[in-house]
Design a protein around this ligand. Sequence first.
Ligand SMILES: O=C(O)c1cc(C(=O)O)c2c(n1)C(=O)C(=O)c1cc(C(=O)O)[nH]c1-2
Length: 247
Amino acid sequence: MTARPDTREFFEARLRAIGEERYHDRHPFHQRLHSGDCTPDQVRAWVINRYYYQSRIPMKDAAFMSRVSDPALRRAWRSRIEDHDGRAPGEGGIARWLKLAEGVGLDPDYVASEVGILPATRFAVDAYVRFVRDEPLLLAVASSLTELFAPKIHADRIAGLLKHYEFANETTISYFKHRLTEAPQDVAFGLAWVLDRAVTKADQDAAARALIFKTEVLWAQLDALWSAYVEPSRIPPGAWQPGEGLL
Ligand SMILES: O=C(O)c1cc(C(=O)O)c2c(n1)C(=O)C(=O)c1cc(C(=O)O)[nH]c1-2
């Protein structure tokens, strides 16, 4: 006998519970960052490594769209690429991230060169891009649903950075301000899409696992940062050394 699927409401609650338990707002690195306890070099390490995640998001969205035959789904998805790449040079999330990089004293060209990224960051982020490229579309969309939990972390980050760090101002936090409006639109669409399609127990279980996988992609990046740049600091060969890539 096949197991009975969850109701739509129960399944949504199950997805949300995954965020409650596993989203990276619970990671000690974020708690340190948002409460003002990171040193300038720890903030820089976060900005450098997180750039790699940012840079791969539009690539994974392009990989996703390349597999979609439904024009309506592509139309709904494509704003994600423009959010990050902008419509002209100097616009969009990647450019805004590089403003943050400058604000913390990093040369944006160094950050954009992707030199010095931690090995585990690269592995985790590349695994996300591959997952979205290779897995069924339902799981690819489900893996984006960590964005359900992102507005809270972005709001906490804006407040925490403005309160505790001199570099924080309208320009340097503008990436996060934009995400406050972009992410809820994206995720409302993605959530409805997943809830409409994950109607068997097997699909619901697989979608929940995809979301867990994504929380692990995010968590692993912060574990890597902690291990390299917080006590006891063990910077892997080839990764960014404090003092490098400064303005
Ligand atoms: O600052 C964060 O904690 C955070 C988390 C996530 C996320 O949950 O994956 C994203 C973002 N920010 C973000 O800015 C962003 O553009 C984004 C896109 C996606 C995605 O999976 O498509 N996640 C996230």
